[in-house]
Write a protein that binds this ligand. Structure first.
Ligand SMILES: [Zn+2]
Length: 238
Protein backbone atom coordinates (compact mmCIF):
# COMPACT_ATOMS: atom_id res chain seq x y z
CA UNK A 1 0.00 0.00 0.00
CA UNK A 2 1.31 3.42 -0.87
CA UNK A 3 0.32 6.61 0.88
CA UNK A 4 1.12 10.29 0.67
CA UNK A 5 4.19 11.01 -1.51
CA UNK A 6 4.22 7.29 -2.25
CA UNK A 7 5.64 6.22 1.11
CA UNK A 8 4.80 2.59 1.66
CA UNK A 9 2.55 2.30 4.66
CA UNK A 10 1.72 -0.57 6.91
CA UNK A 11 -1.75 -0.25 8.34
CA UNK A 12 -2.90 3.18 9.42
CA UNK A 13 -0.19 5.82 9.28
CA UNK A 14 -1.12 8.28 12.01
CA UNK A 15 1.86 10.56 11.22
CA UNK A 16 -0.13 11.70 8.19
CA UNK A 17 -2.01 13.94 10.61
CA UNK A 18 1.10 16.17 10.78
CA UNK A 19 0.82 16.82 7.05
CA UNK A 20 -2.88 17.62 7.46
CA UNK A 21 -2.17 20.06 10.30
CA UNK A 22 0.43 21.80 8.11
CA UNK A 23 -2.04 22.03 5.22
CA UNK A 24 -4.74 23.52 7.47
CA UNK A 25 -2.31 26.11 8.96
CA UNK A 26 -1.21 27.14 5.45
CA UNK A 27 -4.81 27.38 4.21
CA UNK A 28 -5.84 29.56 7.16
CA UNK A 29 -2.83 31.87 6.69
CA UNK A 30 -3.54 32.16 2.97
CA UNK A 31 -7.23 32.92 3.58
CA UNK A 32 -6.28 35.48 6.25
CA UNK A 33 -3.87 37.40 4.00
CA UNK A 34 -6.39 37.53 1.15
CA UNK A 35 -9.19 38.73 3.44
CA UNK A 36 -6.97 41.34 5.14
CA UNK A 37 -5.63 42.58 1.80
CA UNK A 38 -9.15 42.84 0.34
CA UNK A 39 -10.37 44.76 3.39
CA UNK A 40 -7.62 47.39 3.15
CA UNK A 41 -7.68 47.43 -0.66
CA UNK A 42 -11.04 49.19 -0.23
CA UNK A 43 -9.53 51.91 1.98
CA UNK A 44 -8.18 54.75 -0.16
CA UNK A 45 -5.05 56.49 1.10
CA UNK A 46 -5.28 60.11 2.29
CA UNK A 47 -2.26 61.06 0.16
CA UNK A 48 -3.73 59.56 -3.03
CA UNK A 49 -0.36 57.95 -3.81
CA UNK A 50 -0.42 54.80 -5.94
CA UNK A 51 1.65 51.77 -4.99
CA UNK A 52 4.18 52.66 -7.70
CA UNK A 53 4.45 56.31 -6.59
CA UNK A 54 4.86 55.31 -2.96
CA UNK A 55 7.58 52.81 -3.95
CA UNK A 56 9.39 55.46 -6.01
CA UNK A 57 9.32 57.90 -3.07
CA UNK A 58 10.58 55.30 -0.58
CA UNK A 59 13.43 54.27 -2.87
CA UNK A 60 14.44 57.91 -3.46
CA UNK A 61 14.31 58.73 0.22
CA UNK A 62 16.62 55.84 0.93
CA UNK A 63 19.07 57.01 -1.72
CA UNK A 64 18.30 54.10 -4.07
CA UNK A 65 18.25 55.09 -7.76
CA UNK A 66 19.30 51.88 -9.51
CA UNK A 67 16.05 49.95 -8.95
CA UNK A 68 13.44 49.73 -11.72
CA UNK A 69 9.75 49.49 -10.83
CA UNK A 70 7.66 47.41 -13.23
CA UNK A 71 4.29 45.69 -13.42
CA UNK A 72 3.76 41.96 -13.01
CA UNK A 73 0.63 39.88 -13.72
CA UNK A 74 -1.58 38.55 -10.95
CA UNK A 75 -2.56 39.59 -7.47
CA UNK A 76 -0.20 39.52 -4.47
CA UNK A 77 2.60 38.42 -6.80
CA UNK A 78 4.70 41.46 -5.85
CA UNK A 79 8.40 40.77 -5.40
CA UNK A 80 11.88 42.25 -5.53
CA UNK A 81 14.61 40.64 -7.67
CA UNK A 82 18.01 41.55 -6.15
CA UNK A 83 20.06 40.17 -9.07
CA UNK A 84 18.24 42.40 -11.58
CA UNK A 85 17.39 45.31 -9.24
CA UNK A 86 13.77 45.06 -10.33
CA UNK A 87 10.80 45.77 -8.09
CA UNK A 88 7.79 43.93 -9.50
CA UNK A 89 4.42 45.33 -8.46
CA UNK A 90 1.25 43.37 -9.22
CA UNK A 91 -1.92 44.65 -10.92
CA UNK A 92 -3.60 45.10 -7.53
CA UNK A 93 -0.72 47.24 -6.24
CA UNK A 94 0.94 49.28 -8.98
CA UNK A 95 -1.85 51.71 -9.87
CA UNK A 96 -4.00 51.35 -6.77
CA UNK A 97 -4.21 54.19 -4.25
CA UNK A 98 -5.37 51.92 -1.42
CA UNK A 99 -3.41 51.62 1.80
CA UNK A 100 -3.07 47.86 1.14
CA UNK A 101 -1.26 48.69 -2.13
CA UNK A 102 1.02 51.24 -0.44
CA UNK A 103 1.81 48.71 2.31
CA UNK A 104 2.74 45.93 -0.12
CA UNK A 105 4.79 48.30 -2.32
CA UNK A 106 6.59 49.61 0.79
CA UNK A 107 7.36 46.03 1.88
CA UNK A 108 9.00 45.25 -1.46
CA UNK A 109 11.00 48.47 -1.12
CA UNK A 110 12.09 47.06 2.26
CA UNK A 111 13.77 44.22 0.33
CA UNK A 112 15.43 46.73 -2.04
CA UNK A 113 16.77 48.63 1.01
CA UNK A 114 18.06 45.34 2.50
CA UNK A 115 19.82 44.65 -0.80
CA UNK A 116 21.34 48.14 -0.97
CA UNK A 117 22.61 47.85 2.61
CA UNK A 118 23.93 44.32 2.21
CA UNK A 119 21.58 42.93 4.90
CA UNK A 120 23.25 39.62 5.82
CA UNK A 121 20.22 37.27 6.07
CA UNK A 122 19.15 38.35 2.54
CA UNK A 123 22.67 37.75 1.19
CA UNK A 124 22.73 34.33 2.88
CA UNK A 125 19.28 33.42 1.50
CA UNK A 126 20.49 34.19 -2.02
CA UNK A 127 23.69 32.20 -1.46
CA UNK A 128 22.01 29.02 -0.19
CA UNK A 129 18.94 29.13 -2.48
CA UNK A 130 20.48 27.16 -5.42
CA UNK A 131 21.70 24.41 -3.05
CA UNK A 132 18.29 24.25 -1.34
CA UNK A 133 16.56 23.98 -4.73
CA UNK A 134 18.69 20.94 -5.64
CA UNK A 135 18.14 19.39 -2.20
CA UNK A 136 14.40 19.92 -2.62
CA UNK A 137 14.41 18.07 -5.96
CA UNK A 138 16.36 15.03 -4.76
CA UNK A 139 14.99 14.58 -1.22
CA UNK A 140 11.62 12.94 -1.92
CA UNK A 141 12.91 10.63 -4.73
CA UNK A 142 15.77 9.54 -2.44
CA UNK A 143 13.41 8.77 0.46
CA UNK A 144 10.99 6.98 -1.84
CA UNK A 145 13.72 4.89 -3.46
CA UNK A 146 15.26 4.16 -0.06
CA UNK A 147 11.91 2.86 1.17
CA UNK A 148 11.42 0.65 -1.91
CA UNK A 149 14.85 -0.97 -1.71
CA UNK A 150 14.72 -0.82 2.10
CA UNK A 151 17.99 1.08 2.50
CA UNK A 152 17.83 3.18 5.66
CA UNK A 153 21.04 5.20 4.91
CA UNK A 154 19.50 6.35 1.62
CA UNK A 155 16.31 7.39 3.43
CA UNK A 156 18.41 9.29 5.97
CA UNK A 157 20.32 11.15 3.23
CA UNK A 158 16.94 12.03 1.71
CA UNK A 159 15.76 13.41 5.05
CA UNK A 160 18.96 15.48 5.46
CA UNK A 161 18.35 16.84 1.94
CA UNK A 162 14.78 17.71 2.99
CA UNK A 163 16.11 19.56 6.07
CA UNK A 164 18.56 21.49 3.85
CA UNK A 165 15.72 22.32 1.44
CA UNK A 166 13.53 23.81 4.16
CA UNK A 167 16.35 25.75 5.85
CA UNK A 168 15.85 28.52 3.29
CA UNK A 169 12.23 28.87 4.46
CA UNK A 170 13.42 29.49 8.01
CA UNK A 171 15.99 32.02 6.88
CA UNK A 172 13.26 33.80 4.90
CA UNK A 173 11.42 34.63 8.13
CA UNK A 174 13.83 37.29 9.51
CA UNK A 175 14.18 38.70 5.97
CA UNK A 176 10.40 39.12 5.64
CA UNK A 177 9.88 40.60 9.11
CA UNK A 178 12.79 43.00 8.58
CA UNK A 179 11.47 44.16 5.18
CA UNK A 180 8.10 45.01 6.75
CA UNK A 181 9.81 46.80 9.63
CA UNK A 182 11.80 48.94 7.19
CA UNK A 183 8.61 49.64 5.19
CA UNK A 184 6.67 50.82 8.23
CA UNK A 185 9.63 52.90 9.46
CA UNK A 186 10.04 54.79 6.16
CA UNK A 187 6.30 55.41 5.77
CA UNK A 188 6.13 56.79 9.32
CA UNK A 189 9.38 58.75 9.17
CA UNK A 190 8.40 60.70 6.06
CA UNK A 191 4.77 61.08 7.07
CA UNK A 192 3.62 59.32 3.92
CA UNK A 193 0.59 57.87 5.71
CA UNK A 194 -1.50 58.83 8.74
CA UNK A 195 -1.24 56.91 12.03
CA UNK A 196 -4.57 55.23 11.34
CA UNK A 197 -3.42 54.19 7.87
CA UNK A 198 -0.19 52.87 9.33
CA UNK A 199 -2.09 50.52 11.63
CA UNK A 200 -4.03 49.16 8.61
CA UNK A 201 -0.75 48.68 6.72
CA UNK A 202 0.70 46.83 9.71
CA UNK A 203 -2.31 44.45 9.65
CA UNK A 204 -1.74 43.68 5.94
CA UNK A 205 2.00 43.12 6.41
CA UNK A 206 1.53 40.96 9.52
CA UNK A 207 -0.98 38.78 7.65
CA UNK A 208 1.52 38.42 4.80
CA UNK A 209 4.34 37.51 7.22
CA UNK A 210 2.11 34.84 8.79
CA UNK A 211 1.95 32.97 5.47
CA UNK A 212 5.75 32.55 5.63
CA UNK A 213 5.50 31.37 9.24
CA UNK A 214 2.78 28.86 8.22
CA UNK A 215 4.87 27.56 5.29
CA UNK A 216 7.90 27.06 7.54
CA UNK A 217 5.77 25.38 10.23
CA UNK A 218 4.18 22.95 7.79
CA UNK A 219 7.62 22.05 6.38
CA UNK A 220 8.91 21.36 9.90
CA UNK A 221 5.87 19.15 10.53
CA UNK A 222 6.68 17.21 7.34
CA UNK A 223 10.28 16.80 8.46
CA UNK A 224 9.06 15.53 11.82
CA UNK A 225 6.85 13.03 10.03
CA UNK A 226 9.75 11.74 7.91
CA UNK A 227 11.86 11.27 11.05
CA UNK A 228 8.97 9.36 12.69
CA UNK A 229 8.62 7.07 9.66
CA UNK A 230 12.33 6.19 9.85
CA UNK A 231 12.17 5.62 13.61
CA UNK A 232 9.11 3.42 13.15
CA UNK A 233 10.98 1.29 10.60
CA UNK A 234 14.02 0.97 12.84
CA UNK A 235 11.85 -0.04 15.82
CA UNK A 236 10.06 -2.69 13.77
CA UNK A 237 13.39 -4.28 12.89
CA UNK A 238 14.45 -4.63 16.50
ZN1 LIG B 1 8.86 40.00 1.23
Amino acid sequence: MYGYYGYPMYGYDWTYILVLIGAVISMLASYNVKATFEKFAKVQSFSGLTGAQAAQMILERNGINNVRIQGIAGSLTDNYVPSKKILNLSQSTINSTSIAAIGVAAHECGHAIQDAKGYQPLVLTRTISPMCAIASKISIPLIFFGLIVSMTPLIKIGIIAFAVAISVQLLTLPVEFDASKRAVQTLAEYGMVTDQELSGIKSVLSAAALTYVAAAASSILQLLRLLMIVRGRENRRR
